[in-house]
Ligand binder design. Structure first.
Ligand code: URP
Ligand code: ZN
Ligand code: ZN
Ligand code: ZN
Length: 466
C-alpha cells in the first residue's frame, strides 16, 4: 500500500540510536523505517537534517487561572503554536483546581479552553489545591482512571500551598491509584519570612524575588517532600530543580534506595539571579520560581544533566506579558517583587537551547537530548510507546532539525503571547525547521501550517517510570 508520506534521506535519532534511514507514514503513524520505504503520495527531502521525535514538554502552563487581574499570555492556540515552532509535538499543561472547586469541574473547564484550539497534542496534569474528602476519595481516583495519571502539588503560594498532612493524604491516593506526583518544592513559611524581612527594609525590586527564595528554601522543601514520600512509599517527581542544593537532596535520597525523579529547565542553565537585577522593572521578565541561581549552580545542573540525574528537561512555560498591567508590571508588581507573577515563557526556546548548549557544545549526546526532551517524558507520564520515539506503530510526531543553522533567539521567533523572551539575543546552533504531528506538517517555514484543533487530547496510562 502506498504511504501517505515519506521522509527521505535524513538521519533518524532515537534515545538509543542514530541511523540513516527513511520514515514511512500512513494514517498518522510510522509504518516503515528503512533504506527505501517505497512509494508515497508525498515526500519530504530530509537530506542534511536530523529526524527527531517531536519534543514532549511535560511542564507548561496554558490559560491557567491567576486571579487578581493577572492574565496568562498564552491560551491553547498561541501556546501550542509556540510549542510547534520550537519542535514540540505534545504538551502537558495543568488543569488547576481552585479552592472550593470540584476537581472534575476544573478538568472540564480546561478541556473547554483547549477544545478546537490546539495545534499539537496535549494531556493534562491535575493541580490539587483543595484535597477534600470528596476529592481524595472519589474524584481523584476516578480521574486517574480516566487518563489524568499525574498531579502537581505545591509547597508554597498562598492559594495553592498544601500542609504536610495534605501532601501525605494526596500521596496516599497516588499510591493507591498508581499515579505520579509532581512536587513544587519551596518552603512557604521560609519564603514569607524572607520576603517580609526584605520588604520591611524597603527591598522591593524584582531582584529581591531571588533573595527571598534562596537555595536553602528549595533544599528544605525538597528534603521534606522526599521524606513524606518515603513515609507513604511512593516515587515522586521533583519539578523545576534549580541548582546544587536540591540536586544534593535528590542524590542523597537515591543513595538510600528511594525513587525520586527530577526535572530541570532552560532557565537554570542559561539565566542567573543577576538577570533579575536589570535596571528598573526589567528584572521582572526573569521572575520565576524557583529563581535562576548563579554560575556555580548552572554548572551543577549541567553536571547532573550529563550524569543522568535528571529524567526530564521541560520549559515550565508560564507566560505573562511584560509591558502590561495584567502581566509583569501592574501597579502591585511595581510596588513589590511579591506581586510580580511568577513564570517565564520558554516552550519554543527549550529545545534549541538544550540542543545548542548541550549537544553542540559536547556536554550531552544526541541520545541524551532525545531522552531528556521526548522519550523520558512519554515513559514517565504514560504516553509511551505511542509518543516519544521514532518506531513502527508510534504516532508520526517528528521534528526535522537543521543541526548547523545558526539562529539568534528573538521575540519574533517564539510565536507566543508574551511580548518578550527571556532568552533574547542568545545565539544557538541547531534549529527545528519542520514539525509534524501525526504525520501532518503543523509548523514549517516559520509559520503554523495546520488548523487550530489538529491537536487532540491524550488520555494517559500509568507512569512507566524509567
Ligand atoms: O514561576 C513559575 N515556575 N511559575 C509557574 C508555576 C510553577 O510553579 O511551576
Ligand atoms: Zn512549580
Ligand atoms: Zn510550572
Ligand atoms: Zn488536522
Amino acid at each position: 500500500m502506498t504511504l501517505d508520506l515519506a521522509i527521505r534521506g535524513g538521519t533518524v535519532v532515537t534515545a538509543a540510536d542514530t541511523m540513516r534511514c527513511d520514515v514511512g507514514i500512513r494514517d498518522g503513524r510510522i509504518v516503515a523505517l528503512g533504506e527505501d520505504v517505497g512509494p508515497a503520495a508525498r515526500s519530504i527531502d530530509a537530506a542534511g537534517l536530523l529526524v527527531l521525535p517531536g519534543g514532549i514538554d511535560s511542564h507548561v502552563h496554558l490559560d491557567q487561572f491567576q486571579g487578581e487581574g493577572i492574565v496568562m499570555a498564552d491560551g491553547f492556540r498561541s501556546g501550542t503554536v509556540s510549542a510547534a515552532a520550537g519542535g514540540n509535538t505534545t504538551v502537558i499543561p495543568f488543569a488547576l483546581q481552585r479552592r472550593g472547586e470540584s476537581l472534575r469541574a476544573a478538568v472540564e473547564a480546561y478541556h473547554a479552553k483547549a477544545q478546537g484550539e490546539a495545534l499539537v497534542d496535549y494531556a493534562f496534569h491535575l493541580i490539587i489545591t483543595d484535597p477534600t474528602p470528596g476529592v481524595l476519595g472519589q474524584e481523584l481516583p476516578a480521574l486517574v482512571k480516566d487518563g489524568y495519571s499525574s498531579f502537581k502539588v505545591f509547597m508554597t503560594y498562598d492559594d495553592m500551598v498544601l500542609s504536610d498532612r495534605e501532601l501525605l493524604d494526596v500521596f496516599a491516593v497516588a499510591k493507591a491509584e498508581n499515579a505520579l506526583v509532581m512536587v513544587h518544592a519551596e518552603g512557604f513559611d521560609s519564603i514569607r519570612f524572607m520576603a517580609d524581612g526584605l520588604e520591611a527594609e524597603g527591598k522591593t525590586a524584582p531582584a529581591f524575588h531571588a533573595a527571598a527564595r534562596p537555595e536553602t528554601v528549595e533544599r528544605e522543601a525538597t528534603h521534606r517532600a522526599i521524606a513524606l514520600a518515603e513515609l507513604v512509599g511512593i516515587p515522586i517527581m521533583v519539578v523545576h530543580v534549580s541548582g546544587r542544593d536540591a540536586i544534593e537532596q535528590i542524590e542523597w535520597a537515591r543513595r538510600r534506595g528511594l525513587t525520586v525523579h527530577a526535572e530541570t529547565c532552560p532557565q537554570y542553565l542559561v539565566l542567573t539571579a543577576g538577570d533579575l537585577d536589570r535596571p528598573g522593572t526589567e528584572g521582572a521578565k526573569f521572575v520565576c520560581s524557583p529563581p535562576p541561581r548563579d554560575a556555580a549552580s548552572q554548572a551543577a545542573v549541567w553536571r547532573a544533566l550529563a550524569g543522568g540525574a535528571f529524567q526530564t528537561f521541560s520549559s515550565d512555560h508560564c507566560p505573562f506579558r511584560y509591558d502590561d498591567p495584567a502581566g509583569k508590571t501592574g501597579p502591585a508588581a511595581r510596588a513589590s517583587f511579591r506581586a510580580v507573577p511568577n513564570g517565564i515563557p520558554g516552550v519554543a526556546a527549550r529545545l534549541p537551547i538544550l540542543f545548542s548548549e548541550g549537544v553542540v557544545k559536547g556536554r550531552i549526546t544526541l541520545q541524551d537530548f532525545v531522552a531528556l526532551t521526548a522519550t523520558n517524558h512519554a515513559r514517565m507520564y504514560g504516553l509511551y510507546p505511542r509518543k516519544g520515539s521514532i518506531a513502527i506503530g508510534a504516532d508520526a510526531d517528528i521534528a526535522l532539525w537543521d543541526p548547523e543553522r545558526r539562529v539568534t533567539l528573538t521575540q519574533d521567533l517564539m510565536h507566543h503571547g508574551s511580548d518578550y523572551t527571556p532568552y533574547e539575543g542568545l545565539e544557538v546552533t541547531g534549529w527545528p525547521v519542520t514539525t509534524l504531528v501525526r504525520g501532518r506538517v503543523v509548523f514549517d517555514g516559520g509559520r503554523a501550517t495546520a488548523e487550530a484543533g489538529h491537536g487532540i487530547f491524550l488520555p494517559r496510562g500509568a507512569s512507566g517510570g524509567l
